[in-house]
Every structure is written in structure tokens, then in C-alpha cells.
Design a protein around this ligand. Structure first.
Ligand SMILES: Cc1cc2nc3c(=O)[nH]c(=O)nc-3n(C[C@H](O)[C@H](O)[C@H](O)COP(=O)(O)O)c2cc1C
Length: 175
């Protein structure tokens, strides 16, 4: 897929639709066989914090990807064309502990430019992100009763805020 560098102030994305409906692939680790893992995410956000363009993701400690997120300084977020929906479903329902997601999906890891985590050839948008902050979701701070239903009293997400160092995308992502 032809992707070009998009200045972050020209980057445009219907965020809620893109993350919540189209989903993203979160990849952490380094670009070498067995040294990274990816998983589908549909919760998260994009915005500005500390005057930096930021991506927010939440990862449950039970995920194999969590280990990579903790060890790595960076990660990538990728959005794919609709025909890769099955690949995203696999990456969101199987664990890298038991399957080789690259082999199963046929996706092609490629090196990123600013971070160690790989991106994917087939993606139409790649965000290269460097971790800036992490914190654990604290049920004592829930301000609405329905939130706890996502947790069964355990496996509260870890929130990661990360600076977006580079945006590569197709022309549709350039304002
Ligand atoms: C559409 C979709 C969205 C998901 N979003 C998240 C998310 O935001 N955070 C999370 O921790 N898990 C999320 N998951 C679950 C993980 O992707 C799933 O548990 C995955 O198998 C973890 O793989 P891993 O063990 O290789 O890390 C989502 C799954 C799907 C199908």
C-alpha cells in the first residue's frame, strides 16, 4: 500500500468511527520474528496532551501484547482497508501465545521509520507512537455504574498515552 508521510497538523480521521467501528491493529515490540505481537483494539482515542499529538490505548494485562507494551518504548497503530476485517477479527480473538498471527493472517510486517515496532504493508494508515505515560484503570474512580460491567472485578486495563511521532497514510487521511 502506498503511504506517504502526513504532517500531523494535516492529519484527518473520523476518530470514533475509525477506532470504534473500523478498528485498529496495535503492534508492540521490535521488527524481528517473534519479537513483536499485535492485537485488535477498538477502544482508545486521539488528541492533544502536553501540547503533543497523542494516541491513547487501553490494554488488559491478560493480553500477550501487554508484555510487549510494557517492555517496549513504542508501538504502532494501523488501520486497514475493509477486506482485512477477517484478519483483524483473528488478531482480536486469538492470542499470540498460541498462534502466529502474521502467518495466520498473511499480513506483512514492515519496518517503521521512528519506532522499533513494525507496521504492516497492507495498512492504509500507520501511526508511529512513543509511550509517554501509563496508568491503571482504577475502579474506585468510576463515575458511572455501568463501567464495572466491562470487568467482572478483574483485568482492569492499563491506559497508555503516547506521542504520535509520525503519520503515514493514503491521501484520504490528508486534510
Ligand atoms: C474489535 C475488538 C476490539 C478489541 N479491543 C481491545 C482493546 O481496546 N483493549 C484490549 O485489551 N483488548 C481488546 N480486544 C481484545 C484483544 O484484541 C484480544 O484479546 C486478542 O486476542 C489479544 O491478543 P494477544 O493475547 O496476542 O495480545 C479487542 C478485540 C476485538 C475483536
Amino acid at each position: 500500500m502506498q503511504r506517504d508521510l502526513i504532517p500531523v497538523d494535516r492529519f484527518t480521521l473520523p476518530v470514533i468511527q475509525a477506532i470504534g467501528t473500523r478498528w485498529m491493529l496495535l503492534t508492540a515490540g521490535t521488527f524481528a520474528p517473534g519479537q513483536f505481537n499485535c492485537m485488535t483494539v477498538s477502544w482508545g482515542g486521539l488528541g492533544v496532551i502536553w501540547n503533543k499529538p497523542m494516541a491513547l490505548v487501553v490494554v488488559r494485562p491478560s493480553r500477550h501484547t501487554f508484555t510487549f507494551m510494557e517492555a517496549a518504548e513504542s508501538f504502532t497503530l494501523s488501520i486497514f482497508p475493509p477486506e482485512y476485517r477477517d484478519a483483524l477479527t483473528l488478531c482480536g480473538t486469538r492470542s499470540g501465545r498460541s498462534v502466529d498471527k502474521v502467518k495466520e493472517t498473511g499480513l506483512t510486517p514492515v519496518a517503521s521509520t521512528q519506532v522499533s515496532a513494525p507496521a504492516f504493508e497492507e495498512a492504509e494508515l500507520v501511526l508511529e507512537c512513543r509511550k509517554m505515560y501509563s496508568d491503571d484503570i482504577d475502579p474506585k474512580r468510576f463515575l458511572a455504574n455501568h463501567i464495572e460491567a466491562n470487568y467482572n472485578g478483574r483485568d482492569y486495563h492499563r491506559l497508555y498515552m503516547a506521542e504520535i511521532l509520525a503519520v503515514f497514510g493514503t491521501p484520504a487521511y490528508r486534510a
